[in-house]
Design a protein around this ligand. Sequence first.
Ligand SMILES: Nc1ncnc2c1ncn2[C@@H]1O[C@H](COP(=O)(O)OP(=O)(O)OP(=O)(O)O)[C@@H](O)[C@H]1O
Length: 240
Amino acid sequence: MTVLSMDRVGFSRDGQPIVQDVSFAVGEGEMIALLGPNGAGKTTILRLLLRLLRPDKGKILLDGRSLAGLRRRDLASRIAYVPQGHAVIFPYKVRDVVALGRLADTMFSPVASAADRAAADAAMGHLAVGHLADRSYAALSGGERQGVLIARALAQGARILVLDEPETGLDYGQQRRLFDLLRHLAAEGYAIVATTHDPLRAARTFARAILLRQGRIMDDGPAVTVLSEQSIATLYDFDA
Ligand SMILES: Nc1ncnc2c1ncn2[C@@H]1O[C@H](COP(=O)(O)OP(=O)(O)OP(=O)(O)O)[C@@H](O)[C@H]1O
């Protein structure tokens, strides 16, 4: 079932088209890699999906309803953003970072409820980061941070995860564990959209790949098919 879709979306900055005529639909349980050279518009598409930017043209639908008209709280209950883990944006204890995922709910009440604390604890348990709860987020390794950021997204209760280059800064083992985890979540029904700069990993790990070039979709389909040697060469502009 489709949970999120873009229909002929266009977005410009200062009259310059950044995203043009982009259409795709994300289904429950799908794991989609968004690939393309620097400046192709990947992050812009993520920001449009998260409603951090508004499209100039076309429509974005969440559960069949226009993203533009949704209440922030409803949006937060469905879509969670996992930023790059290497930036220390949270000078807090891990437990507090994960509880921030409940903010969409807790901001309506001055105190985190028992249910909020339970959701944060459950998310940490699910991602095996519970033992880090009282550590400082800033002192964690890249892989540990990425796990905590995903736990924060799960605590939010959202079933659509949008990740920006999640493997950045992780060693090979941590990347393996991260992508195993994402596959596991997709098998549980989570919809996952992630940008990546690693076509070989995307071909092995993701079910589907969307290739983006100069703001337009160049190809979209099963990752193993779409990410051929030839199309990778075309996408990144080198001789195969
Ligand atoms: N805040 C901004 N102001 C002006 N132009 C911007 C801004 N953010 C992005 N752009 C431009 O929009 C285009 C697409 O950028 P975007 O960050 O979406 O690309 P990307 O595919 O995510 O690139 P990268 O792989 O380098 O992260 C680029 O030409 C970029 O310079």
